[in-house]
Design a protein around this ligand. Sequence first.
Ligand SMILES: Nc1ncnc2c1ncn2[C@@H]1O[C@H](COP(=O)(O)OP(=O)(O)OP(=O)(O)O)[C@@H](O)[C@H]1O
Length: 579
Amino acid sequence: CFTTTWMLKKPDVPSLVLETAGSSTVLSSVVDDVGQAVERNINGAQLLYELLSAPWLRALLKVPIPPSCSKTQTPSISIMTVIQKTHRPSPEARELYSLLSSPHIHALLSTHDSVAQWDYEPVLPPLPDDLPDDEEAMRIVCLVKNNQPLGATIRRNEETGEIYIARVIHGGLADRSGLLHSGDLLVEVNGNPVGGLEPEEVIQILTNSHGTILFKVIPNPGQISSNQKPVYMKAMVDYCPLQDACIPCPDAGMAFSRGDLLEVVDQSDAHWWQARKLPCAASCAGLIPSASMLKSKQKEQWWRQPLQRFVHDWIGNISWLSSAGFRRSFRLWRRTSYRKRRQSCTTCSPNSNALNTPYEEVALYQRPPQENHRLIILVGAPGVGVNELRKRLIKLNPSTFQSPVPHTTRPIRPEEQSGREYHFVTKELFEYLVCNHRFVEYGESKGQLYGTSTDAIDEVLKRGRMCIIDIEPHSIQFLRTKKLKPFVIFVKAPSPERLRQTRRDARIITNFTINRAFTEDDFVELEEASQLMEAKYRQFFDSVLVNDDLQDACIQLCSIIQQAQNEPQWIPVSWGRTE
Ligand SMILES: Nc1ncnc2c1ncn2[C@@H]1O[C@H](COP(=O)(O)OP(=O)(O)OP(=O)(O)O)[C@@H](O)[C@H]1O
């Protein structure tokens, strides 16, 4: 990898070509603008339009700059001087004089004239005398060091000892020069033949070079155009190039975290892709492992990790769950079910989904107005306020927002109505629904079963309402379907100070249904659980809402949901495909 930095030298284009092309372009765009002004009936625009369209003015602007023309005497000033000196200038020449003297045109032409006369430093050295006759056989590339990386890597053919350009990084200097391509054979660097050298020795030559640097390359005859259409991917895993011993050039690598949106600009290499992180600040892409490469790396790590590590994770999860002391009704049974399910797992992987898809291809999607609303999922640490926010939202606009009616096996109470508070069902029916995978989540509380079914979600959506559910984050996966296109909002705990301030008067209901104030232990537990949840599941979150002031959080939640339903959002491409 070239670690030194280079700048592309301005090509030696005859100034006349630049002048002519530049003036014509400027004039054409001025004529276009004035033409539009004419259409809008702006006073005096007609006169100006005719003047600018006049063939003689166009011809005049194409007059080459005489070699003697000094830098202080730009072409437009020269023309004005000529007109001034003319004994009896024609009416057109007088019109031209007044046009050129008008401040805007004068500034425009002066800018053009000075740019056209700029000198670019340093001046290129003369071309070597021993240039090969066949122009195509050898390419001379002249670059000048600046503060940007060259953006190219090299490799050595172990059999022949030849040095090749291995890859050119998108948006880097080499790429923008358009002169160096992957597969080009590097013959010389600054007059030093590089054939037979080790890549490190070539890099050393480059590092020691200052100012202008001359590459002699034999272009790759089979060069494939690297103008690939970018593909957008969501990272489902974390990656750090500095910790990756396999990366061909760690400096060119790009780190990313789960949930980052990546614009993959080059997938031509089976092992290393090139990508930018969105929103895109850097013009230069970075190297990232391809999906297959990342998968094999993950598998390797998974097998290599000591068993102790997983035992530790496992215990960590359980203690987090069991110590989450304050639970309301629905979330109470969710906890129980999560714990039970995890304990009965026969195979345990660190993150089986991430192993399947280290990257998830995504595309922008805007819900057509006639389609069902997207399912809104709220997740958050126990006690952070997910339930409170959901209830407030529905209370605010019950004709728009609704939650699915859960199922239960507990007996109906006199004031209740089946299908309103709960779908009251027998234990047998409940178990039948479980066996048929009809529940998003289910669990047991005080000997009774509770669960939220996918049918109940469908019912809300079919009525044209926005369905809001709050679930445990591990259940998100089950709902990520083309049909529901869920939009996941993570409700995050505010700063420790704000958490304590805002929840001073809040009440919580614990496992033992005691309505009590938050204790210091509750706050600490909530913060830890919130951080843990975000770290573990952030690749599934579409939006993060900090539940600081309740009123503000409610307003923000409404606006996030409106955007989710009515504005373009990134979704997995598989959700958008028509079968
Ligand atoms: N922003 C806030 N400011 C003050 N109090 C809040 C805020 N958000 C929630 N609360 C209060 O905190 C308590 C716990 O909230 P809530 O029951 O919604 O938590 P939860 O995340 O649903 O957890 P659980 O599942 O345990 O109920 C409630 O008394 C609620 O009114």
